[in-house]
Unconditional design. Structure first.
Length: 654
């Protein structure tokens, strides 16, 4: 196999200001290297010290890492703690009155809750769960809109030792059913409706439909939060949230669990389309979330932190439900969409709530550029001190807009690489320690032994690309796939990787050792013997001033092996005139040829008003591959924000 070729040439470098370096939790490259050296010299000692400093233990651990059952590694396994206690109780003596969550509803109504009241509400709901017979080890499905209540029910499950599995509120009844049956859940927590973009959208009917599909006999309780006054169908095992908590005590002793006790299962898409239940631990997972808050987000007590992710995704677990609360932060939680009532919604919220740290996805950034690239200039964003990017590689031109227009040239951007399976950041800038470059996630966090290998598992040391792996186990990593340990071993620890964790992403390192993510391994194109990362072609397209967003996939080609198919969203109107569309497509092809080289020129370009995305903003590349190949789309598209866009993208411009 030839190495994956890197074609992106980005030379801009941005150093943190002297003021930022001075106040940073990890200050300067010397500070970063000292932490890395500590981990290299005494790996277990490095993690043990941090676990004792960051977490509050009921029973201190004596064992750090057990590798005897590799790859089923355990961390701190004889220690006992409770995640909810670490997020709530420990703050009561020092900052009970501090605002924990600023919640802004879809319609703009704002409510706040402090740590004392959040603790009380979690305890009341935890006692309510116990009154339904739910106990340690039981699985509970959470199918909720973004809300304080979503955080409350996750924390309440953690408090009593129940294992939650959050299902994104945009998923269909079929997807919900798959997760209920796989987890063998005993309860579902949902809302009657959710609000998005001014519309009331049903949630409870999807639960009813999922339970009617069969195999859900173990579900004895459906707890329903009343989000709106909408009429709601009712069954015998249903109970309103407000009835469940009525009269419950505001005190609930936490269930002390072993550090390896599963905190949650989070289902992620598998390459076969069958969801994988990623199982995370309690102690190691929380340590990863807290350390990345401290190091990557440079957390300060005065910060107002806003991660825009839904709790249905890992980002919403680590940087909404757990990490910020464990650090005692004030955070913003948002119910709605960034374009309602207009495309200035995010910027107005930053202005109104004086947000200091803003963490969002490249898809959201690119969409907001298209809808109003100058809009941020109409708001006071002076409270911002740090920006973050999550979910996929951010193309350099979107990075530059984010840096200059949103951050006003003074806020470092932490471009974070991590996964559902890693639980927390793996490779990301420590913003007061290192220079940053547009489009790179820079260097691994201290103690994360990341490298790049070829297909045989040999390390690649030059600037050619290969497979991104992590050589040593780390505390926040996946423990297994729920109910399928063999799939876990096959997916993440194949024999040719020699014990390293296989991330599934391709990457290369530049002359400074910075990691550049080139796309998923299965998104690598093989064009006339050249292995090209899709992300780099996408970045080249988006660098064109006419282009707002692009997604690139491959399709079989009898001569070249694969041909490049690009789906493009313009900043202006989609061309409907065939001659104009052809002219524009040719101009974009030539642009890519100039930016990267003729080998990367798209064979086809298809213009759309948008790309097929889930409601979290994730581009459904599997659907784009099917469209490119002319295949009939048979998979469930109910999770899409915009299913009608699929028809629009079926017409190529050659």
């Amino acid at each position: 196999m030839s190495n994956i070729e890197s074609t992106l040439n980005e030379t801009r470098v941005f150093n943190p200001s002297a003021e930022f370096v001075q106040q940073a939790n990890v200050s300067g490259m010397a500070g970063y290297r000292a932490l890395c050296d500590s981990a290299a010299q005494d790996y277990e000692g490095h993690w043990a010290k941090l676990a004792r400093e960051m977490l509050q233990w009921k029973t201190p651990f004596t064992k750090v890492l057990d590798e005897s059952k590799a790859p089923f590694y355990t961390w701190f396994e004889d220690g006992e703690l409770n995640v909810s206690y670490n997020c709530l109780d420990k703050h009561l003596a020092t900052q009970a009155e501090k605002t924990a969550i600023i919640f802004e509803a879809d319609n703009g109504i704002v409510s706040q809750i402090n740590y004392r009241d959040l603790h009380a509400r979690v305890c009341e709901f935890a006692n309510g769960l116990k009154s339904r017979g739910i106990q340690k080890g039981d699985r509970v499905i959470v199918y909720m809109p973004m809300s304080i209540e979503a955080v409350v029910c996750m924390q309440a499950c953690a408090r009593i030792g129940a294992i939650h599995s959050v299902v994104f509120g945009g998923f269909s009844a079929k997807s919900l059913h798959e997760r209920i049956t796989d987890a063998k859940a005993c309860a579902v927590i949902t809302a009657n409706t959710q609000m998005r973009g001014g519309r009331v959208m049903p949630l409870k009917p999807a639960v009813d439909e999922a339970l009617a599909l069969g195999g859900c006999e173990g579900v004895h309780s459906v707890i329903v939060y009343q989000r709106t006054d909408t009429e709601t169908a009712w069954a015998g095992n249903n109970i309103w949230w407000h009835d469940l908590v009525a009269g419950q005590s505001a005190m609930c002793e936490p269930e002390w669990v072993g550090a390896e006790h599963p905190l949650f299962i989070l289902y992620t898409s598998g390459s076969t389309g069958t969801p994988k239940g990623v199982q995370h631990s309690s102690g190691g997972y929380l340590l990863g979330a807290m350390l990345s808050m401290k190091w990557v987000f440079d957390y300060k007590d005065s910060d107002v932190f806003w991660c825009t992710a839904d709790v249905g995704w890992i980002t919403g677990h680590s940087y909404v439900a757990y990490g910020p609360l464990a650090m005692g932060a004030t955070q913003v939680v948002f119910e709605g969409v960034p374009t309602y009532p207009d495309a200035g919604r995010f910027w107005k919220m930053i202005q109104d709530h004086k947000v200091t740290t803003f963490y969002t996805a490249p898809t959201a950034i690119r969409s907001l550029i298209k809808l109003g690239g100058n809009l941020p200039e109409q708001y006071d964003l002076s409270s911002l001190r740090l920006l973050g990017s999550v979910g996929e590689p951010i193309n350099p031109e979107a990075w530059m807009w984010y840096y200059n227009t949103v951050g006003q040239g003074r806020c470092p951007i932490v471009d974070t690489w991590w996964q559902t399976e890693t639980g927390s950041h793996m490779i990301a800038p420590l913003p007061g320690a290192m220079p940053i470059k547009p489009g790179t996630c820079t260097l691994p966090l201290p103690g994360i032994m990341a490298t790049i290998v070829n297909e045989a598992g040999d390390e690649v040391f030059d600037q050619h690309g290969g497979f991104l792996v992590i050589k040593r186990p780390f505390p926040s990593q996946i423990r297994t796939i729920w109910g399928d340990p063999q799939r876990y071993k096959k997916s993440y620890f194949p024999e040719e990787m020699r014990g390293a964790y296989l991330a599934g992403d391709s990457a290369h390192r530049d002359e400074d050792g910075y990691f550049w993510i080139m796309g998923r391994i299965d998104d690598v194109l093989n064009v006339s013997g050249h292995r090209l990362g899709t992300m780099e072609i996408e970045s080249a397209l988006v660098a064109n001033p006419l282009v707002a967003e692009a997604a690139v996939v491959g399709k079989p080609h009898e001569i070249k092996g694969e041909s490049v198919v690009a789906f493009v969203v313009l900043k202006g109107e989609r061309p409907t005139d065939a001659a104009k569309a052809k002219e524009l497509a040719e101009a974009l092809r030539n642009w890519v040829g100039k930016e990267i080289g003729p080998i990367a020129k798209p064979d086809e370009i298809r213009f759309g008003e948008n790309l097929p995305k889930t409601r979290s903003g994730k581009i459904m590349r599997r659907l784009l591959r099917a469209i490119a190949k002319g295949e009939e789309i048979t998979q469930d598209v109910s999770t899409l924000e915009n299913p009608a866009i699929l028809e629009q993208l079926k017409n190529p411009v050659r």
